[in-house]
Design a protein around this ligand. Structure first.
Ligand code: ADP
Length: 352
């Protein structure tokens, strides 16, 4: 951890140095270019004046002495003047073009660089959190096993240790599932649709994770009639588990989760609402990015990898649906998923 902190600080400093150096070079380029432009303008003006003087001398030598107004109206002078003005405009045009191109290039380089820094920071965070996520359940299971091995325990104590170990194994299982799902979504995710009564499906999925969120009060609100839709059971299981587990994880003492399914004409809707800590307005746009977690690794108390909402959004998109994140009343978040009931052009089978 200390090494990681040192590495973070070191790379932060070197990033700052690099950025400072870039700005110094850009500032130098702009100042140097400004100076050269002014010099060019002055030199062009000097050359024009010298040529005008030369013309005046030639005219005087030819014995054609003319007054200033006639001289300035003469064809030769007008030609010199037009040439001078077109060169001034050329210098101005070139300078403006250069500065605009430089600004555009700086903008793109800067935003590309920012994205790189952000994504490397997120990957570092991901590595830190995944190491922790793997180590802590293993350590806890090992401690439980050692206790059972060394001491003669009462049956109830053994059961308690076993239950804790099962919870930790479930956590590991969930983590591995999320990693596999994220890898699958990156490479070859093709939803395999099954026509399913969503109400039965959601209840089944809830029962499978019920013991992991045992302290929560969960309310179901489903239509009375069957709610049939084409869904990919694997993707939808991952979506549901992540939404419900997040609702549990990001709630404080009193956990209340509403699981709502709605029939919306051609669509169906899944709403998972909690009374937890909620999500800031500006964070709502970012939370579905891969590896993104609110806050920093040092201040965060909850465990996670930043993959959950990325998986959810990708599965929703693969089902041609949409996800909205709203504030819940009086507090917490509401995740509203809207998906078409029929997936046209899809090969669907009937789920029993
Ligand atoms: P993880 O939970 O592993 O951090 P997610 O991708 O599931 O990753 O979530 C990304 C971030 O969005 C979380 O770090 C958390 O800050 C925020 N978040 C997700 N769900 C909720 C929720 N129900 N309530 C409050 N914040 C949430």
């Amino acid at each position: 951890m200390n090494i990681m902190k040192f590495f973070n600080r070191f790379s932060l400093n070197s990033n700052l140095m690099l950025r400072l150096l870039t700005w110094i070079v850009i500032a130098y380029m702009l100042v140097a270019f400004g100076w050269w432009s002014i010099l060019l303008f002055t030199k062009n003006s000097d050359a024009f004046e010298a040529k005008t003087e030369q013309l005046r001398i030639v005219k005087a030598a030819e014995g054609n002495y003319v007054d200033e107004t006639t001289f300035r109206n003469s064809e030769e002078y007008q030609r010199l003047y037009d040439e001078y003005m077109s060169q001034q405009w050329m210098i101005f045009g070139e300078a403006t073009f250069f500065v605009i191109s430089l600004i555009i290039a700086i903008y793109f380089i800067n935003s590309g660089y920012n994205q790189l820094v952000e994504s490397s920071q997120q990957q570092r965070n991901f590595l830190l959190s995944i190491t922790h996520e793997l180590k802590s359940p293993l350590a806890s299971i090992r401690l439980g096993l050692e206790t059972m091995d060394k001491r003669k325990l009462e049956h109830s104590k053994v059961q308690e240790i076993a239950r804790d170990a099962i919870k930790e194994t479930d956590r590991l299982h969930n983590l591995v599932n999320n990693l596999l799902m994220a890898a699958k979504l990156e490479s070859n995710y093709e939803p395999a649709y099954e026509n399913t009564d969503v109400r039965t499906f959601l209840r089944e999925k809830y029962q499978a994770i019920e013991n992991r969120i045992s302290q929560a009060t969960v309310n179901f609100d489903m239509p009375d009639h069957p709610l049939e839709a084409d869904i990919d059971p694997t993707g939808m299981t991952s979506l549901f588990n992540n939404l419900v587990e997040n609702a549990y994880k990001y709630s404080e003492d009193k956990v209340r989760i509403d699981i709502i399914a709605r029939d919306k004409d051609e669509n169906w809707q899944l709403i998972i609402a909690d009374q937890g800590i909620g999500i800031d307005k500006k964070e709502k746009l970012k939370v579905t990015k891969k590896f993104y977690r609110v806050g920093s690794e040092d201040t965060r108390r909850t465990k996670g990898t930043g993959l959950g909402l990325y998986i959810i959004e990708t599965v929703v998109k693969a089902h041609h649906g949409a996800i909205e994140i709203e504030d819940n009343e009086p507090q917490g978040s509401r995740f509203i998923i809207t998906i078409p009931k029929t997936q046209s052009h899809a090969h669907t089978s009937r789920r029993r």
